[in-house]
Write a protein that binds this ligand. Structure first.
Ligand code: XUL
Ligand code: MN
Length: 343
């Protein structure tokens, strides 16, 4: 019996191409990915607008909607539900100066219109969740943009979406850098503060990705509890990350087991998932994996989450309370490490 409902994106099965080398594995057709993900134990699929409808720029109106309906049937046939749609605003050449925060009004308008397509796809698929990873909203050259105006543009774009569909809710996925040098919304704190500037703060929350918090020098579990305290933790992307480098999307728990444990512990302690939230992964297979072995990062991550659930549930809470009482935190530290080491 699984402890959470799990989700993952089709981009998490990939060819291993990186900025320094070509693909090392075959591209897996979308329908095969779906079947394999279901088999591994996932319940839901995360989708960018163009994962859902390839070349989404080329379609609109009833054609767009009928393609989304076909996908809905395809997902139903496999037994996966859609978790969210995310407009992919970082690949089109019109977003090279940013999307919602581009200096050109015409290009900002493109970003907003493209986002409406994500809303339409979401509506057809039957999900209310729109994820915004604000990939290119930031700077390399500080003088190139006004930070205050950038926040105003972001609020304007979010309000535009909230107004266009009164049922959707927006999950901001903060990340401090990559591909930009300095992001306008680098952390969960910034994302939450931004939510309160919008016209419907109750429909704007966050998705916390472990690696993104780590890249900001923060502890993912702390970002999660901060969002939980605001009742705005609506999604997570569990993975791992070795220090302040590029976004590594390592298998969950593979770098820092205690940090991974604490993410699972806070999710359990605060009944994450009871209102339908999914535990999402955003992990990449190492480039060394051949075609057949390029799914282990997914099954291993699920395995580690479930193992850590067992660890969190078997913690002797009375011992923790006693150490909180007498503030013997050295002993608390030892107790946790010993518990994680097992017998
Ligand atoms: C990028 C990232 C994205 C989002 C969805 O670092 O995490 O894949 O999760 O757009
Ligand atoms: Mn992510």
């Amino acid at each position: 019996m699984k402890s959470f409902r799990y989700s993952v994106g089709p981009w998490n099965i990939h060819t291993g191409m990186d900025p320094f080398g070509p693909p090392v594995r075959k591209e897996v057709p979308f329908e095969h990915k779906l079947a394999r993900l279901k088999e591994i134990g996932f319940d839901a699929i995360q989708l960018h607008d163009d994962d859902a409808i390839p070349n989404v720029n080329d379609f609109e109106g009833s054609v767009l909607r009928s393609k989304a309906k076909e996908l809905k049937q395809q997902l139903r046939n496999v037994g996966l539900v859609p978790e969210f749609i995310a407009p992919r605003l970082w690949e089109d050449e019109r977003t090279r100066d940013g999307a919602y925060t581009a200096n050109s009004q015409q290009l900002r308008n493109y970003a907003k219109e493209r986002s409406l397509k994500a809303l339409e796809i979401a509506e057809e698929l039957g999900t209310n969740n729109i994820v915004l990873w604000l990939a290119r909203e930031g700077t390399f050259v500080p003088e190139s943009k006004c930070g205050v105006r950038a926040v105003e543009y972001l609020v304007e774009a979010i309000n535009y979406m909230l107004e266009a569909n009164k049922n959707i809710r927006i999950l901001i996925e903060p990340k401090p850098n990559e591909p930009v040098d300095k992001s306008f919304i680098p952390t969960a704190g910034h994302a939450l503060a931004l939510s309160y500037l919008t016209s419907a703060p109750d429909r704007v929350g966050v998705l916390i990705e472990s690696a993104h918090s780590l890249l900001a020098g923060l502890d993912p579990a702390d970002d999660m509890t901060f969002a939980l305290a605001h009742n705005k933790l609506w999604g997570v992307h569990l993975n791992d990350q070795n220090g302040l480098k590029f976004d590594q999307d390592r298998s969950f728990g593979s770098v820092n087991l205690r940090q991974a444990f604490n993410q699972v512990r806070v999710l359990l302690d605060h009944q994450y998932g009871q209102e339908g939230q999914f535990v999402g992964l955003d992990v990449k297979a190492l480039r060394t994996q051949n075609d057949d072995l390029a799914y282990k990062h997914l099954s291993n991550s699920l395995f580690v989450v479930e193992r850590l659930v067992q660890k969190a549930k078997s913690l002797q809470t009375e011992h923790i309370s006693a150490r909180q009482e007498d503030t013997d935190y050295e002993e608390l530290d030892r107790l946790i490490v010993d518990h994680l080491l097992g017998s």
